[in-house]
Design a protein around this ligand. Structure first.
Ligand code: NAG
Ligand code: NAG
Ligand code: NAG
Length: 798
C-alpha cells in the first residue's frame, strides 16, 4: 500500500522527492536532515510559504520541520517493529507542503532497524522426557527463539549451558531462521541424575548483542538398566543344627536402582538340591530364608545356598548364603561289639581279652568325645585301645560254679552338655573246666545191715556232688577193690555207678562177720577225671537166727543123763543146771529157761536166767521117785527161738533104786509126731528140688543169648581208668546202663531175683569190654565159676 502510494506520489509530484534514512527510536527533535537545503528552498521564505509536514489522511505525523533552519526533526517515537513488523525495509511517507506557490514534496523516511529487541522463546521452560537408555547422538528438536528485530539484529546463534550430556547443534531453515537441536553426547543415567536442567541462550547479531534464554528441563526416564544388587555377595551365618522349624536363617536383600517394575526385586533359590529344597523356605518378596526342616550337622556341616534376585524385567544377580551348621549334641554314642569270646573258660587268666568294643559318636568335638565304662561289681574292665576301641579284659579269676554268666552293661557317655549316653548289655557265659572233684556229702558213711539180708537189697547210698558242668560234673561211683576177710569186696557189695546205691551181694552172717569197711570212689567224667573217695563202714546187725544150744544136759549119745536128788533135799536146794548157749548176741542170746512140763509141777523151779533147777519145797515121801522135767531154753529175740531138753531126776539116795530108765525116754505120742514131721520135710524138700531144677534149665537156655542194651551212655576211655578199675567193676560195681531182661518161668520173677542176675551179667560185660581183649576168653571161663557162685546165692535166698 505504502509502496504503491509512494509511487503514485512520486508520479504525482513534479518537484522531486527527498528521502532520509535514520534509525528508529530516535529522540524527539532528532534532526533527520535539512530538507530546505536538500530541496533547494529558501529558508527565509519558509514561514511565509507556510511550509509544513503533512500526511495523507489521518496518519500520524512522525516528523516536523524547523521553519527557521529548514531541518526535518523527529516529532514522534518511531518504532520500526511497530510500524513495519518483519518487513525488510520500513518506509514512512510524509509530505512537505509549501504554499504560494503550492509545492508538494514527498519525504520518504526510511526507518532503519536498531537492535532494540531481545530474542524470545515462546515458553520459559522447555520440558523433555528422555529415556535413560537413549543412545548417544539422539537428537531432540528445540523451539526457535523469536526476535522482533530483523536482519542481523534477529537471532543469530544459540548457546547451550555447559553440561556433560548434551551438546547443541544449530541449524537454519531455508528462510534463514536458525533453530537448535539437542544432541545426546553422553548416555544418561537416571540412577545418577534424574533430571537435567539446561539453559539455552539465543543471541542476536546486534551490537551489542541481545539474548534470550529458555530453561530446558530434561526428565530422565528409567530404563531397566540395573540388575538388583545384593547388600553382600556372601552372607555368612552360623546356626545350630536341629534349630526349630521357622527359624530365620538370614534375610538377604538386594536393591535395584531402577524405578517401578524395573526395580521390583524377587528372590529365588538357584540350583538347589531336592534335599535343601525341603529344608529351606525363601520368601520371594522379603528375601527371608527360613527353616522348613531340621538341619543335621552330621549330614552337612556347611551349607551353601545360591540366591538369585531378579527384577521385573528379568535382570538377575546372585549371592551366596553360607550356613555354618554348628554341632549340637544330638547323637548318643553307639556301642558296637566287634568281637566277643563267649563262653570264656573259667580258668582264663586275669587279663584275658574277652571282647573288643567300638564306640562311635557322630557328633564332633566334645559332643563326640565318649567315655566308656562298665559296672563295678564284675571281674571285667574296659581297657582303651587304639582310637575308639576298647578291649574287655578279665580282672580276676572266674568261677563258673559261683557265677556262670555275666550280664555286663557297657555305658558310653559323651561330653556334650547335656551329655548323652547309651548302654549295651553283653551277655557272657563262663565255660566249664573240670576243676572240682566230686565231694561226698558226708565224711564217712555207716551202713547197718541185718544179717540174713536178701542178696541185692540196698544197704545204703552214698552221694557225691560235683558242681562242674555236664560230664565234668557227672559222678560215677565205684568200689575200690580190697579184701574183706580174705574175700574180694566185690563178693560182698556192689554199687550202682550212677545212683551210688550200695547193694549187698550176699547174705551176711553176723556170726561170721560183724563189720567191714569199703572205700567208695567217686569219679567225674571230665578229662582228666577228678576223683574222691569215702569210707563206708558196714555194720552187720544180729538177727535171731540161732536157736539156743543146750550144752547140758547133752542130747548127744544115747546115754540119758539122770540127776540124783537126795530125798532129804530141802526147799531151794540146787538140784541141777541147764547150760545153754546162743550164737547170736545181745537180746538174741539172752536166754531164759522155763520148765514146760514136769511130773510134779510144784516140786522144781528153774532160774529163769541161771538155768539152775532147784527144789521148790522139801521133798516128801509121797513124791514119786522118778521125776521128768522138760526144760525150754528160749532166747529173747523177736521172734524168739527155743530149744528143749529133758531132764530126768531120780529122788533117791541110792543108785540101786534106779529103775529102767529107757522107758522114760520114749513117749509114744511124741515119737509118732516126729515120724510125721520127717515125712512132711522130705516131701517138701523134694518139691523144692524139682522146682529149682526147672528154673535152672530155663535159665541156661536163656543165658546162651544175653541181650545187651546200651542206652548211649558216656563211654569211659580206658586210659583214664585206675589200674584196678576193671577189677573194681568186677568186684561188684553195677552200672545200670547195662540192662538185661531176665525172664524166668511165669510168676517166678521178682525184683530181687532179677537184680542178682543183672549184677552178674553186668559184671561180666564190664570185664569183657573194659579189660584187655586177649584175656576175654579167660574171663569167659571165669564166667562159669561166677554163675555157679550166683546159683549158690540164689539157693540161699530161695
Ligand atoms: C541284662 O540286664 C538287662 C538290664 O539290666 C536286662 O534288660 C537284660 O535282659 C539282661 N540280659 C540277660 C541276657 O539277662
Ligand atoms: C569239661 O572240662 C574240660 C576241661 O577240663 C573242658 O574242655 C570241657 O569243655 C568241659 N566240658 C563241659 C561240658 O563243659
Ligand atoms: C582216697 O582219698 C585220699 C584223700 O582224700 C587219698 O589220699 C587217697 O589216695 C585216696 N585213695 C585212693 C585209693 O584213691
Amino acid at each position: 500500500m505504502f509502496g504503491l502510494l509512494f509511487f503514485v506520489l512520486m508520479a504525482h509530484t513534479a518537484y522531486g522527492d527527498v528521502s532520509y534514512s535514520f534509525p528508529e527510536e530516535m529522540k524527539r527533535g532528532y534532526v533527520i536532515g535539512n530538507i530546505a537545503k536538500d530541496l533547494g528552498l529558501d529558508v527565509n521564505r519558509l514561514p511565509s510559504r507556510k511550509a509544513r509536514i503533512d500526511t495523507e489522511g489521518n496518519r500520524k505525523l512522525y516528523c516536523d520541520i524547523n521553519l527557521n533552519t529548514g531541518e526535518l526533526t523527529v516529532a514522534e517515537r518511531i518504532d520500526r517493529e511497530g510500524l513495519c513488523g518483519k518487513k525488510a525495509s520500513c518506509v514512512i511517507n510524509q509530505e512537505l507542503v509549501l504554499e504560494s506557490p503550492l509545492e508538494l514534496h514527498l519525504v520518504i523516511l526510511n526507518i532503519e532497524d536498531i537492535n532494540d529487541n531481545s530474542p524470545q522463546f515462546t515458553e520459559s521452560v522447555v520440558k523433555f522426557e528422555i529415556q535413560e537408555s537413549a543412545d548417544k547422538g539422539s537428537r531432540y528438536l528445540l523451539d526457535e527463539a523469536h526476535d522482533a528485530d530483523i536482519g542481523r539484529n534477529s537471532v543469530q546463534s544459540y548457546t547451550l549451558q555447559d553440561n556433560e550430556h548434551f551438546i547443541l547443534n544449530v541449524l537454519s531453515r531455508e528462510n534463514g531462521i536458525k533453530y537448535g537441536q539437542l544432541v545426546l553426547n553422553k548416555e544418561l543415567d537416571r540412577e545418577q541424575q534424574k533430571e537435567v536442567t539446561l539453559i539455552l541462550t539465543a543471541v542476536d547479531g546486534g551490537t551489542p548483542p541481545r539474548s534470550g534464554t529458555v530453561a530446558i528441563h530434561v526428565t530422565v526416564l528409567d530404563a531397566n538398566d540395573n540388575a538388583p544388587v545384593f547388600s553382600q555377595a556372601i552372607y555368612k551365618v552360623s546356626l545350630p543344627e536341629n534349630s526349630p522349624v521357622d527359624t530365620v536363617v538370614v534375610t538377604v536383600s538386594a536393591t535395584d536402582a531402577d524405578d517401578g517394575q524395573n526395580g521390583e526385586v524377587t528372590y529365588a533359590f538357584s540350583h538347589l538340591s531336592e534335599l535343601f529344597r525341603q529344608l529351606f523356605f525363601l520368601d520371594t518378596v522379603s528375601g527371608e530364608i527360613k527353616l522348613k526342616g531340621l538341619m543335621d550337622f552330621e549330614e552337612e556341616s556347611s551349607i551353601e545356598l545360591r540366591i538369585q534376585a531378579k527384577d521385573g524385567q528379568g535382570l538377575a544377580s546372585h549371592c551366596t548364603v553360607i550356613i555354618d551348621v554348628t554341632d549340637v549334641n544330638d547323637n548318643a554314642p553307639m556301642i558296637v561289639i566287634n568281637s566277643l569270646n563267649s563262653p570264656i573258660p573259667e580258668n582264663a587268666l586275669p587279663g584275658t581279652e574277652v571282647g573288643i568294643i567300638n564306640v562311635q559318636d557322630r557328633d564332633s568335638e566334645n559332643n563326640g568325645q565318649v567315655r566308656c565304662s562298665i559296672q563295678q561289681n564284675v571281674p571285667f574292665k574296659l581297657v582303651p585301645s587304639i582310637k575308639k576301641y576298647y578291649s574287655l579284659v578279665t580282672t580276676g579269676d572266674l568261677d563258673r560254679e559261683l557265677l556262670s554268666d555275666y550280664n555286663i552293661t557297657i555305658t558310653a557317655a559323651d561330653e556334650g552338655s547335656p551329655p548323652l549316653s547309651s548302654t549295651k548289655n553283653i551277655y557272657l557265659t563262663v565255660a566249664d573246666v573240670n576243676d572240682n572233684p566230686p565231694v561226698f556229702q558226708e565224711q564217712n558213711y555207716r551202713a547197718h545191715v541185718h544179717e540174713n539180708n536178701k542178696p541185692g537189697s540196698s544197704i545204703c547210698s552214698v552221694s557225691a556232688t560235683d558242681p562242674d558242668w555236664r560230664q565234668n560234673g557227672t559222678v560215677v561211683y565205684s568200689l575200690l577193690s580190697s579184701d574183706v576177710g580174705g574175700a574180694p569186696v566185690s563178693s560182698f557189695l556192689s554199687i550202682n555207678g550212677d545212683t551210688g546205691v550200695i547193694h549187698a551181694v550176699r547174705s551176711f552172717d553176723y556170726e561170721q562177720l560183724k563189720s567191714f569197711k569199703v572205700l567208695v570212689l567217686a569219679r567225674d567224667n571230665g578229662s582228666p577225671p577228678l576223683t574222691n573217695n569215702v569210707t563206708v563202714s558196714v555194720f552187720i546187725t544180729d538177727e535171731n537166727d540161732n536157736s539156743p544150744q543146750i550144752l547140758y544136759p547133752s542130747l548127744e549119745g544115747n546115754s540119758l543123763m539122770t540127776e540124783m536128788v537126795p530125798k532129804a533135799a530141802q526147799a531151794h536146794s540146787l538140784v541141777s543146771k541147764v547150760i545153754a548157749v546162743d550164737a547170736d548176741s545181745g537180746q538174741n542170746a539172752w536166754l531164759s529157761y522155763h520148765i514146760i512140763k514136769a511130773t510134779d509141777p510144784g516140786l522144781f523151779t528153774i532160774g529163769v536166767h541161771s538155768g539152775e533147777i532147784r527144789t521148790q519145797r522139801d521133798i516128801s515121801e509121797s513124791d514119786s521117785m522118778k521125776q521128768n522135767l522138760i526144760v525150754s531154753v528160749r532166747d529173747n529175740g523177736q521172734p524168739s527161738l527155743s530149744a528143749t531138753c529133758a531132764l530126768y531126776l531120780l529122788i533117791s539116795d541110792n543108785l540101786a533104786e534106779v529103775p529102767e530108765l529107757k522107758d522114760m525116754s520114749r513117749d509114744e505120742s511124741s515119737s509118732k509126731l516126729t515120724f510125721y514131721l520127717i515125712i512132711a520135710l522130705v516131701s517138701v524138700s523134694t518139691f523144692f528140688l524139682t522146682f529149682i531144677i526147672i528154673i535152672l534149665a530155663v535159665r541156661f537156655c536163656r543165658r546162651r543169648k544175653p541181650r545187651l542194651l546200651f542206652d548211649g551212655a558216656v563211654a569211659i576211655p580206658s586210659a583214664y581208668l585206675p589200674p584196678n578199675y576193671a577189677e573194681v567193676e568186677g568186684a561188684g560195681t553195677l552200672r545200670s546202663t547195662y540192662n538185661y531182661d531176665a525172664y524166668l518161668t511165669t510168676g517166678s520173677r521178682t525184683s530181687d531175683f532179677k537184680f542178682v542176675r543183672s549184677y552178674n551179667e553186668g559184671t561180666l560185660i564190664a570185664d569183657l569190654t573194659l579189660k584187655k581183649p586177649q584175656s576175654a576168653v579167660d574171663d569167659l571161663e571165669g564166667l562159669d565159676a561166677e554163675i555157679n557162685d550166683s546159683f549158690e546165692v540164689r539157693l540161699v535166698f530161695l
